[in-house]
Design a protein around this ligand. Structure first.
Ligand SMILES: CC(C)(COP(=O)(O)OP(=O)(O)OC[C@H]1O[C@@H](n2cnc3c(N)ncnc32)[C@H](O)[C@@H]1OP(=O)(O)O)[C@@H](O)C(=O)NCCC(=O)NCCS
Length: 104
C-alpha cells in the first residue's frame, strides 16, 4: 500500500493481487477544513498523473452511492460507474468505478 499526499489532500493506491496493471484507489480525502472548495478535482488529477507515472493500465475505486461530491470528482476525472451493489458491511449501496490510464 502506498500513501500519496499533495497540498490538496491524500490518497492510497494498491495493485490488485495477481493483476499488477490494475490499481485500486482508496482512502482519498481532502482535509476536513478545506472541503467544499473543489480541491477534490485537483487531488484526483494528481492521482491520475501518479497512476500514469506508475505505468498502470487501469484504475478502480469504490464510493458510497450517497457521496455525491466524490462521484462528481470521479466523473470529472474520466472514471465511469461499472457496477452497484448492496454492501453488507455498511448497509448502504456501494458503487464500483473505473477508468483506463493512458500514458501522457
Ligand atoms: C469527497 C471529497 C474528496 C470531495 O472533495 P471536495 O473538494 O470537498 O469537493 P466539493 O465539495 O468541492 O465538490 C466537488 C463537486 O461535487 C459537487 N457536489 C458536492 N456536494 C454535492 C452534493 N451533495 N450533490 C451533488 N453534487 C455535489 C460540487 O458542486 C462539485 O461539483 P463541480 O466541480 O462540478 O461544481 C471530500 O469531500 C472528502 O474528502 N470527503 C471525505 C472523504 C471521502 O468521502 N472520500 C471519498 C471516499 S470514496
Amino acid at each position: 500500500m502506498t500513501r500519496h499526499a499533495s497540498i490538496y489532500g491524500c490518497y492510497e493506491i494498491d495493485s490488485i493481487p495477481g493483476q499488477p496493471q490494475i490499481a485500486h484507489c482508496h482512502s482519498f480525502f481532502v482535509p476536513i477544513d478545506r472541503r467544499g472548495l473543489k480541491l477534490g478535482h485537483a487531488l484526483k488529477e494528481h492521482q491520475v498523473k501518479t497512476l500514469a507515472a506508475e505505468l498502470y493500465d487501469y484504475a478502480t475505486a469504490t464510493v458510497d452511492a450517497s457521496n455525491e461530491a466524490q462521484k462528481r470528482v470521479l466523473e470529472k476525472a474520466g472514471f465511469r460507474r461499472l457496477d452497484t451493489f448492496t454492501n453488507s458491511k455498511t448497509g448502504g449501496t456501494t458503487e464500483l468505478w473505473g477508468r483506463q490510464i493512458t500514458r501522457g
